[in-house]
Design a protein around this ligand. Structure first.
Ligand SMILES: Cc1cc2nc3c(=O)[nH]c(=O)nc-3n(C[C@H](O)[C@H](O)[C@H](O)COP(=O)(O)OP(=O)(O)OC[C@H]3O[C@@H](n4cnc5c(N)ncnc54)[C@H](O)[C@@H]3O)c2cc1C
Length: 389
């Protein structure tokens, strides 16, 4: 297992990133929202200087090698800031982390040093316009001598505007999903933007079309047919990180609501003194507290070397439901002015809705959770276990 930074080094790194978020990136948010564009020339140097690109990359590749427990508060803080930057940082770190776990030595050597400084970046190409994911994929990689010939298309691929590499999920045989590490400038791949998104403004989530794209067999990650396992491992931790983003958005919505409730006066009293408003605040706090606890549990299990498919899907699902309820209530606490851009609540509300879709819709999270429960999953026995299990 990679060596994580000491508590003191971690604290220093975290403080540096939090000050960059609020002192340097926050002043850019209005412009990003208006232009629906993240200016790379300004944002990249800030992210690079405080070490964001290498947070989950092991130290031997020039990264910080954070544990998931150490990384969670940082990605949550980005979610408080702005969804577009959060999604960019999330995908960069999640899939550099995935490559560090599933990639071969040559693949890691070729990508991870550059990824740690932000010169390179790995994006994840799974979703397709004309097919479902997993066994239903339509993208094919046919072996021809020492190459694969890839045909098919992907869409909604985050960071498609700058990623140097894509982990492309494709069928190498009718019932065999494999993962290929594809360089951006490979002849035969066309990368196009899609229309702008509801929230998380400024990120790009493009369409990739592969037409007889030839990649060397060395692009295969692991062996043919291991793609489904790679997919599940990568998505498992990425789902926890989406839930951490739900937590960040929910925490900020709660903080803003508490402030607004104390400031807004009607009938001679702050609305914070009204029982109905107090109930909204209490319900928001309960969701935040529950999500914090779930995330701490899931992250500590992963950091201890355990697989956590059930916990990851439960966190992802509960997180999106919690942030949905919290942002609904935050809008009600703010009243009509909350529907305008006067307060960040309008943006947090839109940003949060991506969490329904990232790393699988609710249907998938229910399916994985049910599969684990019916397959004999046991909760830890801190509460005494169950006589009927
Ligand atoms: C901003 C953004 C960024 C994204 N980034 C990435 C990325 O970087 N890489 C990537 O690969 N993908 C990415 N995605 C795609 C995202 O993961 C998918 O949109 C999501 O998993 C849902 O898949 P879909 O869009 O194909 O939905 P669809 O498959 O069209 O599903 C539509 C609805 O039908 C339901 N449904 C579909 N099939 C079944 C079934 N068999 N049984 C029951 N219900 C079903 C779904 O649950 C859903 O409710 C991104 C999406 C967005 C919006």
């Amino acid at each position: 297992m990679a060596t994580a930074p000491t508590a003191a080094d971690y604290q220093k790194l975290r403080d540096r990133i939090f000050s960059a978020i609020w002192d340097e990136l926050d002043p850019l948010v209005e412009q990003i929202e208006n232009d629906e564009h993240i200016p790379r020339d300004v944002v990249w140097p800030i992210l690079r200087e405080c070490g964001v690109f290498g947070l989950l990359i092991p130290a031997e590749y020039g990264g910080h090698g954070l544990t998931i427990s150490q990384y969670l508060p940082i990605i949550a803080e980005f979610a408080k800031l702005q969804g577009g930057i959060r999604a960019l940082v999330h995908v960069h770190n999640s899939f550099a982390h995935a490559l560090s776990e599933i990639g071969g030595t040559e693949q890691k050597d070729a990508v991870l040093f550059g990824a740690a400084s932000g010169e390179k970046s790995v994006a994840f190409a799974l979703t397709e316009p004309d097919h479902g994911t997993g066994a239903d994929l339509g993208t094919t990689a046919r072996r021809e001598g020492d190459h694969y010939v890839v045909n098919g298309s992907k869409w909604l691929i985050t960071n498609s505007d700058f990623a140097s590499h894509f982990i492309v999920m494709a069928k190498t045989a009718p019932a065999q999903v494999s993962a290929l590490l594809v360089e951006r400038d490979t002849p035969g791949v066309q990368i196009e933007p899609l229309p702008e998104t509801m929230g998380c403004k400024g990120g790009e989530h493009g369409r990739l079309t592969f037409t007889d794209m030839r990649v060397p067999v060395s692009a295969l990650i692991g062996s043919e047919g291991e793609g489904q396992d790679h997919l599940e491992r990568a998505l498992e931790i990425s789902r926890v990180l989406v839930a951490a983003s739900s937590l960040g958005t929910a925490e900020r919505a709660l903080e803003l609501s508490v402030r607004r409730a104390k400031q807004r006066v009607t009938f001679g009293k702050p609305i914070a003194q009204r029982q109905a408003v107090q109930r909204y605040v209490a319900e928001m706090a309960i969701d935040v507290y529950a999500l914090r606890g779930m995330l701490a549990d899931a992250a500590s299990k992963w950091d201890a070397g355990r697989r956590i498919p059930a916990e990851a899907s439960m966190c992802k699902q509960f997180g999106l439901e919690a942030v949905g309820r919290v942002t609904d209530r935050a809008l009600l606490v703010h009243g009509g002015i909350g529907y305008t851009r006067e307060f960040p609540i309008e943006r947090l509300y839109r940003d949060a809705r991506l969490n329904w879709l990232e790393e699988g819709s609710p249907t998938i999270q229910y399916m994985v959770t049910a599969r684990e429960m019916l397959g004999g999953y046991q909760f830890d026995d801190a509460f005494g276990g169950s006589p009927d299990a």
